[in-house]
Design a protein around this ligand. Structure first.
Ligand code: DGJ
Length: 563
C-alpha cells in the first residue's frame, strides 16, 4: 500500500483529525523535562511513569496474533507497550510506505487505554541487519556491508556508508511524519527507540577503506574538544582509559587512546553514534518525540558487541548522537542495582527498555534512580493480572503522582532485600529506617533434627518463613511523615544521631484517583515487631515499626515521633 492511499483511511479508522507539523505545538508533544532532581517524561502536561512491557520481536507484525493480548496487557496494569516497527514491512519497495500495522497498533492501544513506544528495527537489530527490506539486502553494492578483519563480509550494514544511513533515515522520517499525522494530537505514542542493540563483533572494527581512513584520521574535534574541556566530568572509566594512553589532546584514534582493542570499540561507538544520531535527527525533524537507544550489556551471546553505548562509551555516544535523549540499558545480567547506577550518571536519565519481570527491580529503579519506568521483555507471554509484576504495577499506577513528585524533590528511596542481602538502612528525611526481610506471623516450619544456625531463627515459635523477595519504596512526605509502598519486609527507625523514635500513627490505605483513602489504623500487634520491646528499649533499639506482608505490595502512611 502506498502512503498516499493508506493515510486518509487510517486517520478515519483511528478516529482523529490529521495533525500537520504546524498544528502540533511542540510543548504539547510528549517530551523530557528536568523537574527538580529528575528528568521525567511529560505527557499532556504532566509527568508520566511508564509501567511498561516489550512485546516479542515478531508480535506486532500480525494484528491477529496480537488481538487477544491487548486487553490482557491492560488488565496486567500496564500503561505502555513497546512494539517493533520494521523497515522491511513499512517500506517493502523503495519509497512506497505501508503503515497499516502502525495504525493497527495505535488503534488497539487506544481501545485498551495503553500508550505505545515504537522500536525502530531499521539498519540493525542485535547487530545484524535482518530487518532491512529485501531491496536493501539484495543490493550490497549500493548498501555496503561490514568487512571483518579476516576479509569476511558480514551481513551488517556498514556505518561508514552514507547511502546506508540516508536510506534508513528516509524511512524513519516517513514513519515519524506518519505518527505525527495520526497521533500528533492524541499522544498514544510516547517515545521511539532508534535501532536495536547496535554493535559489531567484539573488539573489532570495520575494514572498509572509508573505515580505515577514518581510523587513521585525527579523532574528530567534536569529541576531542569535549573531552579536553570536560575532563573532570567524563565517566571515570573512560577518562582513566584515555589517561592511561597518555592523555593526548590530539592525534589519531590509536595515538589518543592507544593501539589496543578497546580503542576499536571507542572508534566504532563514535561511528555508530554518528549514524544513529543522523537517523534520529531526520525523524525528529518530522516529529520530535523523545528518542533512545537500547544497549546490549553482553547477556545475549555471552559478550557485548563493539560500538554499543556500554558504560565506558556514555560520553562518546552523548557527543556523537545528540538527537538521542537516553542511553538505555537492557538489564538481564545479575547486579541490577549496579547497572542502574552506571547508566544513571553523566546527565543520562534512567529508562530500562528490556529486563526481566521483577517487581523488586521496578521499585528499585523508580525509587533509587528516578527511572521513568522499566519494561520487561516478552510481555505478551506474561500478561497476567495475577503476576507479582502486575500487582506491583497496580500499586505504582495508583501512587504514580506522589512518586513522580518525590522523584523531582529527591525525597524517595528504595530497598530490595533477599537471602544474600537481608537488611538495609535508608536515611531519608529526619529518620533512619532499618529494613529487614519480614518474617510473617503464622505456623512455624517443622523443626529440623539439627537446625543449622541459618535455619534456627526461622523455626522460632510463631514465626513463618522469610519471603523470597522483599522490596519497598520510601517517600518522605513531611518532617515526620512517610509513605511506604512495598512487600515482604519490616522496618524500625531512629531519629537524628540514632535517637529513639516510635510510631505516632500508622495506617494502610489505597490511592483512588490519585487521593489517599485510609483503610485500617494499625497499632498493637501491627506495630510491635516483637514482644521484646522493653529489652530492646534498654539497649537503645526500637521494637516498634511496621510490617508489610509478602505478596501483592501495599501502601502505608506513617507518622513518627521522637522521645
Ligand atoms: C535483546 C533484544 O534487544 C531483544 O529484541 C530480544 O531479542 C531479546 N534480547 C531476547 O532475549
Amino acid at each position: 500500500m502506498k502512503l498516499r492511499h493508506v493515510l486518509p483511511c487510517a486517520v478515519a479508522l483511528l478516529g482523529i483529525g490529521m495533525a500537520d507539523a504546524q498544528s502540533v505545538p511542540t510543548s504539547s508533544i510528549p517530551h523530557l523535562e528536568k523537574r527538580g532532581q529528575a528528568t521525567q517524561l511529560i505527557v499532556d502536561g504532566r509527568p508520566f511513569l511508564m509501567l511498561a512491557g516489550e512485546l516479542t520481536n515478531s508480535a506486532s507484525s500480525s494484528m491477529e496474533y496480537m488481538a487477544p493480548y491487548w486487553p490482557k496487557l491492560a488488565a496486567a496494569n500496564m500503561n505502555t507497550v513497546l512494539a517493533a516497527v520494521t523497515w522491511e514491512l513499512i517500506e517493502p519497495e523503495p519509497g512506497q510506505f505501508d503503515f497499516s500495522l502502525v495504525d493497527g497498533a495505535i488503534r488497539e492501544a487506544r481501545k485498551n487505554r495503553l500508550h505505545l513506544i515504537f522500536l525502530w528495527f531499521g539498519s540493525w537489530k542485535n547487530a545484524d541487519s535482518t530487518y532491512t527490506p529485501l531491496w536493501v539486502k539484495k543490493n550490497p553494492k549500493q548498501y555496503p556491508l561490514f568487512l571483518a578483519e579476516n576479509g569476511q563480509v558480514i551481513t551488517y550494514l556498514s556505518v561508514f556508508k552514507e547511502a546506508n544511513w540516508k536510506a534508513d533515515a528516509n524511512a524513519f522520517a516517513a514513519l515519524m511524519r506518519h505518527i505525527r499525522e495520526v497521533d500528533g494530537n492524541a499522544h498514544t505514542v510516547l517515545m521511539m527507540q532508534v535501532e536495536n542493540e547496535v554493535g559489531c563483533p567484539g573488539a573489532t572494527r570495520d575494514q572498509l577503506p572509508e573505515a580505515k581512513a577514518a581510523f587513521n584520521a585525527p579523532v574528530p574535534g567534536k569529541l576531542m574538544d569535549y573531552m579536553v574541556k570536560n575532563k573532570q566530568n567524563l565517566v571515570p572509566e573512560f577518562r582513566q582509559y584515555w589517561e592511561a594512553a597518555g592523555g593526548k589532546t590530539s592525534g589519531t584514534w590509536a595515538e589518543v587512546f592507544g593501539d589496543q582493542p578497546m580503542t576499536n570499540e571507542i572508534f566504532m561507538a563514535w561511528n555508530y553514534a554518528l549514524y544513529v544520531g543522523q537517523v534520529a535527527k531526520a525523524g525528529k525533524a518530522e516529529y520530535p518525540l523523545p528518542m533512545f537507544i537500547n544497549v546490549d550489556l553482553g547477556e545475549s551471546i555471552g559478550h557485548y558487541s563493539s560500538g554499543g553505548a556500554l558504560p565506558i562509551q556514555l560520553n562518546v555516544w552523548q557527543q556523537g548522537a545528540p538527537a538521542i535523549d537516553i542511553l538505555a540499558p537492557d538489564i538481564y545480567l545479575p547486579d541490577f542495582a549496579e547497572w542502574c547506577a552506571r547508566y544513571h550518571r553523566s546527565g543520562n536519565p534512567l529508562w530500562i527498555p528490556e529486563t526481566r519481570g521483577d517487581a523488586a527491580n521496578a521499585f528499585w529503579a523508580i525509587g533509587n534512580h528516578a527511572a521513568m519506568g522499566i519494561s520487561p521483555f516478552g510481555i505478551e507471554r506474561q500478561a497476567d493480572a495475577t503476576t507479582p509484576l502486575a500487582q506491583a504495577y497496580g500499586l505504582l499506577a495508583q501512587a504514580a503522582p506522589e512518586i513522580l513528585e518525590a522523584q523531582a524533590k529527591g525525597a524517595i528511596k528504595a530497598v530490595s532485600l533477599n537471602a544474600q542481602h537481608p537488611t538495609e538502612t535508608v536515611q531519608l528525611g529526619n529518620y533512619t529506617l532499618t529494613f529487614s526481610m519480614g518474617r510473617m506471623r503464622g505456623p512455624a516450619p517443622a523443626p529440623t533434627a539439627t537446625p543449622t544456625p541459618a535455619a534456627a531463627p526461622a523455626a522460632a515459635p510463631g514465626r513463618g518463613n522469610a519471603p523470597a523477595s522483599s522490596y519497598a519504596i520510601v517517600i518522605s512526605t513531611g518532617p515526620d511523615d512517610y509513605t511506604i509502598l512495598g512487600s515482604g519486609l519490616q522496618a524500625t527507625f531512629n531519629g537524628p544521631g540514632g535517637s529513639a523514635a516510635a510510631v505516632g500513627a500508622l495506617e494502610e490505605g489505597a490511592y483512588v484517583d490519585g487521593s489517599w483513602v485510609p483503610g485500617r489504623r494499625l497499632n498493637g500487634d501491627d506495630i510491635m515487631l516483637n514482644y521484646d520491646a522493653p529489652n530492646k528499649a534498654i539497649k537503645g533499639e526500637s521494637g516498634q515499626g511496621f510490617r508489610l506482608a509478602a505478596g501483592a505490595p501495599k501502601a502505608l502512611h506513617l507518622k513518627i515521633y521522637q522521645y
